[in-house]
Design a protein around this ligand. Structure first.
Ligand SMILES: [Zn+2]
Length: 146
């Protein structure tokens, strides 16, 4: 598990009051590679779930900009801007997850702990920007039940 979210791949949550008022509908917004989500701002308003890439930590903002990717902070800020109820982070740089090679001086266990810590840092960064704890990091096979 690479995130500090529940280890079960299925998250079942009750409909939000906002969606109840709208007749129980759900709005799911899935974004791919982006460094500027502004063009979809209006469509994304009030998303039940926003899936947004968070390739890097904000300390690597410049690298994110050059690669046309986003940081955890950017994803969280956009989620807040559109009033998303839940933010799912995707597309992590290999440096934060299983795609990363363990540094030579590290044991496999150390490397795994480092990966977990880094993804939690990405999640925390997004949570701070969103001002919500309703953030999770996706992983291969991740399922979110609405
Ligand atoms: Zn990409």
């Amino acid at each position: 598990m690479r995130c500090s979210q529940p280890s079960t791949p299925n998250l079942q949550e009750p409909p939000t009051a906002q969606n109840e008022a709208a007749g129980g509908g759900r709005k799911v917004v899935l974004l791919g590679d982006t460094h500027d989500s502004a063009p979809i701002r209006q469509l994304a308003q009030g998303a039940t779930v926003l899936s947004h890439e968070a390739t890097f930590l904000d300390e690597m903002y410049e690298k994110a900009r050059v690669a046309m990717h986003s940081t955890g902070k950017m994803a969280g800020a956009f989620a807040r801007e559109v009033g998303a109820a839940k933010l799912v982070l995707t597309h992590f740089s290999g440096r934060y997850g299983h795609g990363g090679e363990p540094a030579p001086a590290m044991s496999e266990d150390d490397a795994e702990r480092m990966d977990e810590r880094d993804l939690v840092m990405l999640q925390r960064e997004a949570e701070r920007a969103m001002r919500s704890k309703n953030v999770t990091c996706a992983y291969d096979g991740f399922t979110l039940r609405l």
